[in-house]
Design a protein around this ligand. Structure first.
Ligand SMILES: [Zn+2]
Length: 416
């Protein structure tokens, strides 16, 4: 039985999430833009700083650190705690907007969790901070690619040392222990999965990052591309629109007015009942489990295995049948669009689905193919034919054997 599994929880056909960079933010603008998003059922992940910067940003170019709210500011911290209670997520934009030494990172990550009440799971690195892991041209180990990057974008040359154990900025082990998901690539396509279907992904040569993910990073330009047609395309592709935005800086003004383009785009997304709107970590947990789901087609049904730590809920699939029997005996029927729903696949487990009650009762999902049955029938015929010829030749040998023996016995008898 062939089965096609959808990525998102039933009945959703595409997903929308926001990784929100805190550059230039303040408590009032964050509150205003999140009031707007949460009222529409959109649950962004706000990536926050903990401290005001003590150093410049970058080792080579030594830039002025960016301004923006930090969790040590009580008013902004209260807003962040409130956002968590209302369904948003607080991730990390690093410890501060300037370079951060190992000790500062260690303390900052601890304080982040203490201030907002839950430790962050998602991080996006800030600009040229020295402690960023495998950032800029450090991402590539090829000297040719590094040379090319320098030629193409001369200003991009920076040094990043978060993954270098000899550096004062080394913090790879601390980051690995704290974060599940780190933002890396940026796509032009609204459907990030059309370019990066394996996200979130791990790279063995970058051990300090558990999983990388990609985003659409064009702020207002991405919003302008949101239309009924582009959302239909996302739904058709079982896609994900994961926006990377500087919401407090670009989506709202000091009078708490939301940019008209954002109002239009987000309202349209919100109106879509086929869109799953969730926090970045929830979306990435789902993708991690779904991309690893193994569906093994079987003659009497199929076996669905979830080899990850994530419990998968409301898994939707199509198989072109009118009913399916789950291993507990429940009969599943498709909705009007032919979509079945599996309420739960526990972590590290397999679930069997059968074509019929009879198949369930037999308890043998694999069964046997018609070709294999035919082969066994032919084998039986072959055996019979062989047996017959064996039988004949045995009779012949017996005859040949018995006669001389009889002569010997006669001879012996003569001797007696
Ligand atoms: Zn930033």
């Amino acid at each position: 039985m062939r089965v096609r599994v959808g990525r998102w929880p039933y009945p959703y056909r595409f997903a929308f999430g926001i990784t929100d960079d805190t550059d230039q933010s303040n408590a009032a603008r964050v509150r205003a833009v999140y009031d707007f998003c949460l009222s529409l059922g959109i649950r962004p992940t706000h990536c926050a700083w903990v401290y005001h910067p003590e150093q410049s940003c970058g080792i080579v170019h030594d830039q002025m650190p960016e301004a923006g709210a930090v969790l040590q500011d009580p008013e902004y911290a209260a807003v962040c705690r409130e956002l968590i209670a209302r369904g948003a997520e607080i991730g990390s934009h690093g410890v501060s907007s300037g370079n951060n030494t190992r000790e500062s990172v260690r303390e900052g990550l601890r304080e982040h969790g203490e201030i907002v009440g839950s430790p962050p799971r998602v991080i996006c690195f800030h600009k040229h901070n020295a402690e960023n892991l495998y950032w800029g041209e450090e991402f590539s180990s090829s000297s040719i690619i590094r040379w090319l990057v320098r030629r193409l974008v001369p200003t991009s040359h920076e040094r990043y040392e978060g993954h270098k154990q000899s550096s004062a900025y080394f913090c790879g082990d601390l980051m690995r222990a704290r974060f599940d998901y780190t933002r890396l690539f940026r796509t032009v396509s609204l459907n990030v999965l059309s370019k990066n279907p394996s996200m979130p992904f791990h790279l063995d040569d970058k051990p300090y990052v558990k999983y990388w993910f990609s985003c659409v990073a064009q702020d207002l330009r991405a919003c302008r591309r949101v239309s009924a047609r582009s959302l239909d395309k996302l739904a058709k592709e079982d896609g994900l629109f994961l926006l990377y935005a500087h919401m407090a800086e670009k989506f709202v003004d000091d009078d708490a007015r939301i940019h008209p383009e954002v109002q239009r785009a987000f309202s349209l997304i919100s109106s879509r009942e086929d869109c799953w709107k969730d926090q970045v970590s929830s979306i990435l947990d789902r993708l991690l489990a779904i991309k690893n789901l193994i569906v093994t087609p079987r003659r009497s049904g199929c076996v669905v295995s979830n080899p990850t730590h994530v419990v998968l809920r409301d898994v939707q699939f199509r198989c072109g049948r009118e009913k399916i029997v789950a291993q507990g005996g429940q009969v599943l029927r498709p909705d009007v669009n032919g979509v079945f729903v599996l309420p739960e696949i526990p972590a590290y487990s397999a679930v069997s689905l059968f074509k019929s009650e009879e198949a369930l009762a037999a308890g043998d999902p694999r069964g046997i193919s018609g070709i294999e049955v035919l082969r066994m029938k032919l084998e039986e015929v072959r055996r019979l034919l062989l047996f017959r010829s064996d039988y004949r030749s045995t009779k012949l040998r017996e005859k040949e054997f018995v006669e001389p023996a009889a002569q010997v016995r006669v001879g012996t008898a003569d001797g007696e």
